[in-house]
Design a protein around this ligand. Structure first.
Ligand code: URP
Ligand code: ZN
Ligand code: ZN
Length: 473
């Protein structure tokens, strides 16, 4: 592959902001220098980034392509979902392979590798969902570490499906403390939630809004507290996924303040959506059903999440991209409508992999919730550090992969299903006006997106054997 020069842009990393030229040779960044200061340079391709931001490609460490859930499967395949991610300025993702109950973890891993291999537009890795903690699974955690799967997600919710008991969780944490992996926790008290759900349905409360009222903040904060207590006792790093309740974030903040190896992630839906969306007329609220749930604006969760991102009480914004169609998928049909008349049957999850980078830029920089460096940090650098991908991914530095987004900070956009490429028939942000727009996306030096054209191909993406949590965030 040839040399590319990105000229005159404002290069932004988690720590720097400078007007500079970036030279790419093949797949790597090889020089960053004052504009025009290297004489006699003969790049094969020059890209003028005057007036534009030059930022690291996004790193989304929480996606679920093709995930089987609630009697159906997430509608984006690895092919369509990674292509959409590229359109949205994300150049690395870490998806979740799944162990089902009774199955060896390795066969779950192999199944997911087969789904992804040769189909991805961008580089990808895997976490492992552990549904069946037993003696063999604990041994397989060591084997998977050798495959570059260095993080394991456990569920305190969904009894009978993905749920682990406290004892199982604690044993997995002890293993993580021993082998250097990270435990990711879906922290919701699923036992209490199931009681509340049954009671709601018995009272005729069947609409989508009851998905959130039956998962009140305390079910998230109690589980978060419990997970932190067990992780500290076991000595394992803990990363709490998809956080939405301010009370749960307070638990993470308290733990971090006492020096515990505890980290928290939130997602765009918790920063931008709320009960007004879940209560949309008819069955429209089903679009926003995910777990943890989007919360009540009046309780101030969304503002607290932005504040926690600014103060590093929360470290990462990923998407939890897990789309299901409302009306119109050629093979999967009307997926969300499985729960018409019974909110407990609505598949949990929503789309977001393509929207994250522009949406969070809008909320962070255009709406002044975070500065530009912190925007880069929470969407690219911190997740790369957290999951053993840094500095190959998540920054622009000499020797890093040339995964780069050229971004117009002044352009505006109207979000909506019509402008996106995800394989889903709605956008949670239909009609939202945002500032800041992705113009060009490079993945390991190859231009994937430029001026509204896609130049990538399935199979461009490579599997990433990840290292361990670098304890840097
Ligand atoms: O609603 C969600 N979050 N669906 C995806 C599965 C999970 O728990 O992350
Ligand atoms: Zn989860
Ligand atoms: Zn998830």
């Amino acid at each position: 592959m040839a040399a590319t020069l990105i000229k005159n842009g404002t290069v932004v990393t988690a720590t720097e902001m400078m007007t500079a030229d970036v030279l790419i040779d093949g797949e790597k960044v090889v020089a960053i220098f004052a504009p025009g200061s290297l004489s006699g340079l003969n790049a094969d391709t020059e890209i003028d980034a005057s007036g534009k931001l030059v930022m690291p490609g996004g790193v989304d460490v929480h996606t679920h392509m093709e995930l089987p859930f609630g009697g159906t499967s997430a509608s984006d395949s690895f092919e369509s979902g990674t292509r959409a991610a590229a359109w949205g300025g994300t150049t690395t993702l870490v998806d979740f392979a799944v162990q089902t109950i009774g199955e060896p973890m390795m066969s779950g891993y192999e199944t997911w590798m087969e789904k992804a291999e040769g189909n991805c537009a961008i580089d990808y890795g895997f976490h492992m969902i552990v549904s069946d903690v037993n003696e063999q699974s604990l041994k397989e955690m060591d084997v998977l570490m050798g495959e570059g799967v260095t993080s394991f997600k456990l569920f305190m919710a969904y009894p009978g499906v993905l749920y682990s008991t406290d004892g199982q969780i604690f044993m997995a944490m002890q293993k993580a403390a021993e082998n250097g992996s990270t435990i990711m926790m879906h922290a919701e008290n699923g036992i209490v939630i199931d009681v509340l759900r049954e009671q709601a349905i018995a009272k005729g409360q069947t609409d989508p809004i009851y998905h959130s009222t039956t998962r009140p903040p305390v079910t998230e904060s109690e589980a978060t507290h419990r997970a932190i207590s067990y992780a500290e006792l076991a000595g394992a790093p803990l990363y709490v996924v998809h956080m939405s309740a301010k009370e749960a974030v307070a638990e993470v903040a308290l733990a971090r303040d006492r020096g515990a190896n505890v980290f928290g992630e939130t997602c765009p839906q918790y920063l931008f959506l709320g009960w007004n969306n879940l209560s949309e007329p008819g069955f429209e609220g089903a679009k926003y059903v995910c777990s943890t749930p989007v919360r009540n604006w009046e309780e101030g969760h969304q503002a607290e999440l932005w504040k926690a991102l600014a103060t590093n009480d929360l470290q990462v914004v990923s998407t939890d991209h897990c789309p299901f169609c409302m009306n119109d998928h050629p093979t999967l049909g009307t997926q969300k409508r499985l729960g018409e008349g019974d909110f407990t049957a609505i598949p949990n999850g929503l789309p977001g992999v393509e929207e994250r980078m522009e949406l969070i830029y809008h909320g962070a920089v255009a709406e002044s919730n975070l500065n530009l460096n912190r925007y880069v940090e929470v969407t690219a650098t911190a997740p790369a550090k957290m999951f053993g991908l840094y500095p190959q991914k998540g920054t622009i530095a000499i020797g890093s992969d040339a995964d780069i987004v050229i971004f117009d900070p002044d352009a505006t956009k109207t979000m909506g299903v019509g402008v996106y490429h995800m394989d889903v028939d709605y956008s949670c942000y239909e009609g939202k006006e945002t500032t800041g727009k992705i113009e060009t996306v490079l993945s390991r030096g190859k231009v994937l997106i430029n001026n509204g054209q896609y130049h990538g191909a399935k199979g461009d993406g490579r599997y990433l054997k990840r290292g361990t949590n670098q304890n840097l965030i």
